[in-house]
Design a protein around this ligand. Structure first.
Ligand SMILES: [Fe+2]
Ligand SMILES: [Fe+2]
Length: 267
């Protein structure tokens, strides 16, 4: 089974309504205008789409941060590029990042929710997360960890009901290896240094990953790709930012050897 995993596109643009100058969006628009615009190149996402269409994976995984501030115009830019893979009907798992669920403004939240349904072909809605999805030889635990936060923080939260869901799934006999898909890295090596950017509330889920009850964690949020894997390809893999570093992950699960083979694709 072949999976292509990419993340952190960070499309951006101007403020789309006057309230954007009052809520957190002004921080994101400022950041995009003076920094991200020069770092994130959407043509790399177009290259990723061409690669995906020519290699036809069994599943596409995108771990969020499609946008910079979660505004409809930013989502629309990404939607136009990803339309080809959606039209190709390749199964797709998408979870929003903190930049996609950036503010409470209804038009932003509604567009984010519509993107979940659009990319996933209606297999689940945002309201139905956390969700268990089976694709061929693997079970996927799809979790949302992103919520609007204050002006200076980019932290995520694995809410208690999400942890309970993961624990309940892992308490059952495993029929297939389990892959958890979320925006934030579960394994946090520098919790104090990264307090503004880290995930909170995931300790029990990390235990399940360490115990092998969860085989693999796929995440984004950190823009430089990295992997913390054992000899059988189990552990955590971060795809990095496709538009900043031109990278994505190709992961093949070999059912007979029961191993995951990871490869970094440079576009
Ligand atoms: Fe990001
Ligand atoms: Fe993020």
């Amino acid at each position: 089974m072949k999976i292509i995993h990419f993340s952190d596109i960070h499309a951006g643009g101007p403020a789309e309504d006057f309230l954007a100058y009052i809520d957190k969006r002004w921080v994101g628009v400022f950041n995009y205008t003076f920094r991200r615009k020069f770092q994130h190149d959407l043509s790399r996402l177009e290259k990723a789409v061409s690669y995906i269409l020519s290699h036809r994976p069994d599943l596409i995984v995108c771990t969020g941060d499609l946008t910079s501030t979660g505004q409809p115009g930013e989502f629309a830019k990404v939607r136009a590029i990803l339309k080809k893979v959606v039209d190709a009907a390749i199964p797709f798992i998408f979870v929003p990042g903190n930049h996609d669920y950036y503010v409470h403004r209804p038009k932003c939240v509604n567009y984010m929710k519509s993107m979940v349904e659009y990319l996933c072909g209606g297999r689940y809605t945002f309201a139905q997360l956390p969700a268990l999805q089976r694709h061929k030889d693997l079970d996927f635990l799809v979790v949302n960890e992103s919520w609007p936060s204050n002006l200076i923080s980019s932290h995520g939260l694995m809410k208690r009901d999400t942890c309970h869901f993961v624990e309940e799934v892992c308490s059952r006999p495993a029929e297939r290896p389990r892959v958890i898909v979320g925006h934030y890295p579960l394994i946090e090596d520098h919790p104090f240094l990264r307090v503004r950017h880290r995930l909170f509330g995931q300790q029990k889920v990390v235990e399940l990953l360490r115990q092998g009850m969860i085989d693999l964690s796929l995440c984004g949020h950190v823009h430089k790709p990295y992997a913390k894997l054992d000899a059988s390809g189990r552990g955590e893999s971060c795809a990095g930012s496709v538009t900043r570093n031109g990278c994505m992950s190709l992961i093949e699960y070999d059912k007979f050897k029961n191993t995951f083979i990871h490869q970094q694709i440079q576009l």
